[in-house]
Design a binder for this molecule. Structure first.
Ligand code: XBP
Ligand code: MG
Length: 253
């Protein structure tokens, strides 16, 4: 059966959002709440083991800041902190500060012209996706995606496959009709557990992750004249990922 749809993760895949985006926004929220918590670049790399911002705050308190005495209203505090973090993050995006990764715009344009269906399956908050698409891709970029599956719409976040199952159901597609794009071990576990072939593009935080079962592991999607690094997989002589290559990979699987 022919390739029908591409499903994209957001953080780390469409754009390098974690180190200079989410991390900074978390710290701004902590400061606003008078907390002396500071997530430096290294610590944040460890905290990324847990997906989802609210879940990550809990993980930090429970595993890295064990001296902190949780107040009775801790659940509310986490929710408020996260809301504030989202405000800071989307404000940062609105300044156009976080560009999409190499090859992303080109491949999305090409896929739309080729009539492939597009979707997003991410752990991040829906407002964050909307802002990234609008300010880093194009004013109307949200409309390029038939389904945007994000945040708390499924209770079990990646590495659980639920967000991908939700996306497939909304699109009335089977896993074999699609290719997923991910950047992390948790993301790959999620897409593969849903049965979807997955291409990995790595970033600084995920370069040392294990990616068993990926179609290929690349530094990025590459551009004509600016080839990506290939860590594993067969690029069939190309220096960048295009729709023709995706179709070849899909047919070979
Ligand atoms: C992304 C995440 C997100 C962001 C923060 O994982 O883990 O939690 O770090 O987003 P993936 P929120 O790329 O695998 O989907 O704070 O909005 O939850
Ligand atoms: Mg990701």
């Amino acid at each position: 059966m022919a390739l029908q749809a591409l499903i994209f993760d957001v953080d780390g895949t469409l754009a390098d959002t974690e180190r200079d985006g989410h991390r900074v926004a978390f710290n701004l929220a902590f400061r606003e709440f008078g907390l002396d918590w500071d997530w430096d670049v290294d610590l944040y790399g460890k905290l990324l083991a847990v997906t989802g911002g609210k879940e990550r705050i809990r993980y930090y308190v429970e595993s890295f800041n064990t001296d902190y005495a949780k107040p009775d209203n801790f659940d509310e505090l986490v929710a408020s902190l996260h809301k504030t973090k989202t405000r800071h993050y989307t404000e940062m995006l609105s300044g156009g500060r976080i560009p999409v990764r190499p090859g992303v715009r080109r491949l999305l344009d090409e896929a739309r012209k080729a009539g492939l269906r597009l979707a997003i399956a991410t752990t991040t908050t829906p407002d964050n996706v909307t802002a990234l698409l609008k300010y880093s891709l194009a004013e109307d970029a949200e409309s390029w995606f038939e389904v945007i599956a994000a945040g708390d719409i499924v209770p079990a976040k990646k590495p659980a496959p639920d967000i991908y199952f939700w996306t497939l159901e909304k699109m009335n597609l089977g896993p074999a009709d699609c290719i997923a794009f991910e950047d992390s071990e948790n993301g790959l576990k999620s897409s593969l557990a849903a049965g979807i072939q997955t291409l990995i593009t790595t970033n600084d935080y995920t370069a040392d992750h294990d990616f068993p079962g990926a179609i290929a592991i690349l530094s990025d999607l590459g551009e004509p004249g600016n080839a990506c690094q290939v860590f594993s997989g067969d690029m069939r002589g190309r220096g960048y990922v295009d729709v023709a290559l995706l179709k070849q990979w899909h047919a070979a699987a």
